[in-house]
Every structure is written in C-alpha cells, then in structure tokens.
Design a protein. Structure first.
Length: 185
C-alpha cells in the first residue's frame, strides 16, 4: 500500500505543476492512511517529485521516515485531526486564487454549478505566516464546514476522501477564482 500511496502523491504533484496550480517549491499534497500521513518532503519540487521524496509522519507530527516533511505538515495534521472524514489534502499556490485573496474578504462567490455541487462555499482565511501553527489553526477552523479554503496571500487548501477528489476540488477553486476575477473586467 505504501508504494501505491507514494505513486499517487507523485502523479498528482506533477499534474498540479503541469496545470499551473503551483510553481517551483510551492505546494504540497498528503494522504492519510490509518495513523500515518504521507506528505511531500521539505524542499522537494512538485514537478519532479519522486517516491523517495515522500515523508511519513504520525498524527502527532513524529517523523517515521528518514525524510523531513514539508514545513506545512502542521496544516495537514490540523485538518486531519478536525476532519476524520478527510483522507487527502492538496495545498497549492494557484495564481488567480492568490490574486483574489488580496481583493476579497470572507468568501469567494461560487459561480458555476460544479463549484456549487462539489465545494458549496469557499471561505478566505486571514493571513498567517506560512508553516506556523497559527496558519494551521485558522485553516482547520475554516475547513470545519468546507472542503476548500483560500489562504490570504498564500494559496489554497482542499480536502477529500481521496487525493483525486482533493485535487479536482483544487482545480474548481482556481477556476472559480479565475471566473470571478475575469467577471470584474
């Protein structure tokens, strides 16, 4: 099972980069399997992630592999603790979502029927420094009643019962942000 999980993380990490949902060192994905979290390693790049660059931690953040997890591991853990239904998380840095986070407060309006069905609402969490427990706490709280959150000046976080579901929710968030931005013109 470990190999299947790592293969999924590699696949969707590369896909996120190919589709312009993140660049350079930005973003990270994770999958929860039992009490273990598989997450991109710190310093790894999404478009050339390998199975050897997937870290494993427990639900307390203890490192179980020889690889250090992403600096955003607290964010992932906070969501998994608050939402037992969540099995995968996508944290990405899509450009339109980041841009609108500087223009809107509260929530991004949901425009398309697909976003209405699969996201329902898209709250915007206030800015907190990357990698901090503060950020983890505000995002986990926002995700209590949502499967997607935009983080002010930072990116997005989406959750799902699978990495596929979390990934496609991320695409819907970015599409919603782009449509909202373009509709203002």
């Amino acid at each position: 099972m470990t190999r299947v999980i790592k293969t999924q993380l590699v696949k969707y990490s590369r896909l996120a980069h190919e589709r312009g949902l993140t660049a350079a060192f930005g973003g990270n994905l994770s999958i929860r399997f039992g009490n273990r979290i598989f997450i991109k390693a710190t310093g790894a790049v999404m478009d050339d992630l390998s199975e050897q660059q997937v870290a494993v931690i427990d639900m307390n953040g203890k490192q179980l592999s020889g690889i250090r997890p992403s600096s955003e591991y607290r964010l992932h853990l906070a969501i998994y603790r608050e939402r037992p239904d969540v099995k995968a998380i996508a944290h990405l840095h899509p450009p339109y979502s980041i841009a609108i986070s500087t223009l809107l407060r509260g929530e991004l309006p949901v425009i398309t029927p697909e976003a209405e069905i699969y996201l329902r609402r898209i709250p915007i969490a206030p800015f907190k420094p990357a990698g901090t427990q503060e950020l983890a706490d505000v995002v986990a709280e926002a995700m209590l009643h949502s499967d997607a959150v935009i983080m002010e000046k930072h990116g997005i976080v989406t959750a799902g019962r699978s990495l596929r579901e979390a990934f496609y929710r991320a695409e819907l968030v970015e599409e919603s942000a782009k449509l909202w931005y373009l509709s203002r013109s």
